[in-house]
Design a protein. Structure first.
Lengths: 259, 320
């Protein structure tokens, strides 16, 4: 199910403002890739353009080619809704649907597809997805309670379960641990390590230790100044980025000498 | 002279006990808030006491009523039925339109169109009800006559469209339509406010799962706004139940009938009171006030039901 992501000269705009310029990247299936960089460098913006969530904002648009296993997701005949159902997203703050039970949250993607599920099949999906998100043991006795009653870390894992329930090709994570305590963060990081066996995972993080812990490859984004577009500076094996970067900017950033 | 140390200690503990500058404002404000709450309750209590005490002579069993009926209930039930029917027509027509307009403004229209549309809808609320009454009587009613004829011809088997249709158009259905236009801005304005408050986080969660815009609205906006939609409908209902002037001018009232397309049928409580109050005295006055009490009770009951509906789904409301 895991697919390759390739970007060819991708520019991302907010209205007329170019936020990200000229990204070329090739992300292999079944890997974890981390996007790091200072605030405002465009890493989240670029992440959101990978599943066409960026264009939800008025005036926002993307130029260039973004290929999902060779298929351009920005081709004119591509429906962004289909793209988003194949490229799942986990957001910065946990956002389970507050009006739905835990069970319904996990099945939300199926409800959208209009798939009719038998009770047994639905139960199976709920259990596998929640197990996949390391949440099953904590919630199996209260599947009918609202998802908003869980702790922050549990909510975030519920959101991950919701994303993997529909078996997407790629999972994007936008600072998934920034609102979580260290123990929940650890739980989510363990989960990311397991997820790469089945999915292509891309994670935006401000925490460089986290990138070092979970990512196979790391991409460093940087921005020249206010009003300038963010750029992809370096993309390599995580070890290389942190220990032996080829670009001076990367070295300054990972060694903490930056700004 | 004792050592200075204890004195300092006493001083610093005293400064903890005293009140901070600005705390006077705090107690003034809480006093004001309490006073406002008490005033509201008092006013409500006085209105209720007045209604009940003035209504009692008419409601009492064996009361010597002015109207040619055996009991007060016999007099008032057609009025209650007419009031509720007119209000239900108004809400049935207004709610879908209002929710649609509110969604258009909050989620579909580009900002430069949404603003003027919202403004025009708000303007509807600023039109005096007597103007609606004249419009309903002189413009809408004649327009509705052929429609009532058609309804009677094709759907006459339904009790609502039975009987000889009106020739003036001044029916309960016309009144309901006028009322629906009047409650539209109330429901729209509230729904719009609530729809725009739906957390972006939840909307993005739905979109990120591959929801279309409509699916996103069904998944996140409606569930979030549920309680608000019910409240806005209740506010609209309050207006529709209590509206006097427009109904009085549009409706040519009379005895109770299921038919909504006949003139000289049905009457609402506010309109009945308005039409008869100037010449009423003695027992007739008590009858009319008792009718007003019934309206009060209807409104109260409807609001309590709405509260119950909203509370039933509290756990999943998104407020937690």
């Amino acid at each position: 199910m895991s697919k390759r992501i390739q970007a060819n000269d991708v520019d991302v705009y907010y209205g007329t403002f170019k936020a990200v310029e000229g990204v070329n990247i090739d992300i292999a299936p079944r890997t974890v890739t981390a996007f790091i960089g200072p605030s405002g460098c465009g890493k989240t913006t670029f992440l959101r353009s990978i599943n066409r969530m960026h264009e939800v904002l008025p005036g926002a648009h993307v130029e260039g080619e973004l290929l999902l296993d060779g298929e351009n997701i920005y081709a004119s005949n591509v429906d962004p809704v289909r793209v988003r159902s194949q490229i799942g997203m986990v957001f910065q703050r946990p956002n389970p649907f507050p009006t739905m039970s835990i069970r319904d949250n996990v099945l939300a993607g199926y409800k959208l597809n209009g798939t009719r599920l038998s009770k047994a099949r639905a139960d199976e999906i709920v259990e596998t997805s929640l197990r996949g998100a390391n949440l099953w043991n904590e919630v199996k006795d209260r599947l009918d309670k609202p998802g908003s009653g869980l702790s922050g870390g549990q909510q975030q894992r519920l959101c991950i379960a919701r994303s993997i329930a529909v078996q997407p090709d790629v999972i994007l994570m936008d600072e998934p641990c920034s609102a979580l305590d260290p123990i929940s963060t650890l739980a989510v990081e363990d989960l990311i390590n397991e997820m790469k066996e089945q999915y292509t995972v891309i994670i935006v993080t401000h925490n460089m230790q986290q990138a070092a812990r979970v990512a196979d490859k790391t991409a460093f984004f940087n921005i020249q100044g206010v009003g300038e577009p963010g750029k992809l500076i370096e993309f390599d094996e995580t070890n290389t980025i942190f220990n032996n970067p080829s670009n001076q900017q990367t070295e300054d950033y990972v060694s903490g000498r930056f700004g | 002279m004792s050592t200075p140390a204890p004195a300092t200690a006493r001083e610093s503990s005293a400064s903890l006990r005293g009140s901070r500058a600005g705390s006077a404002g705090d107690s003034i404000f809480s006093g004001l808030a309490l006073a406002s709450a008490v005033v509201i309750l008092l006013v409500l209590a006085f209105v209720a006491i007045f209604l009940v005490s003035e209504a009692l002579p008419a409601i009492r069993p064996g009361a010597d009523l002015d109207s040619p009926v055996d009991s007060f209930f016999e007099y008032v039930w057609p009025l209650m039925a007419g009031t509720v029917m007119a209000a239900i027509i108004a809400l049935l027509l207004a709610t879908p339109v209002a929710v649609g307009v509110a969604l258009f403004i909050s989620h579909y229209a580009p900002p430069r169109i949404a603003k003027p549309v919202g403004f025009v809808i708000d303007l509807l609320a600023a039109i005096p009800s007597v103007v609606y009454g004249v419009w309903g009587w002189l413009t809408l009613a004649p327009l509705m006559v052929p429609i009532y004829g058609w309804l009677n011809e094709h759907l006459g088997f339904i009790p609502f469209f039975a009987g000889a249709p009106t020739t003036t158009g001044r029916t309960l259905l016309t009144s309901g339509i006028v009322l629906s236009v009047m409650v539209l801005p109330i429901i729209t304005a509230l729904c719009r406010e609530i729809f725009t408050q739906t957390p972006i986080l939840h909307q993005e969660a739905a979109l990120g799962l591959g929801a279309t815009r409509w699916e996103m609205i069904k998944m996140t906006v409606f569930p979030f706004a549920r309680a608000g939609i019910v409240s806005s409908i209740m506010l609209g209902l309050g207006r529709a139940l209590g509206e006097t002037m427009a109904v009085t001018m549009v409706l040519s009232g009379g005895i109770f009938s299921w038919s909504l397309i006949q003139s000289g049928r049905n009457q609402t409580i506010p309109s009945e009171i308005a039409l008869n109050f100037p010449e009423a005295f003695g027992m007739r006055l008590n009858e009319l006030i008792a009718a007003g009490l019934m309206l009060f009770i209807i409104t109260l009951a409807v609001n309590m039901i709405a509260r119950a509906i909203v509370n039933k789904h509290k756990e999943f409301s998104g407020a937690n």
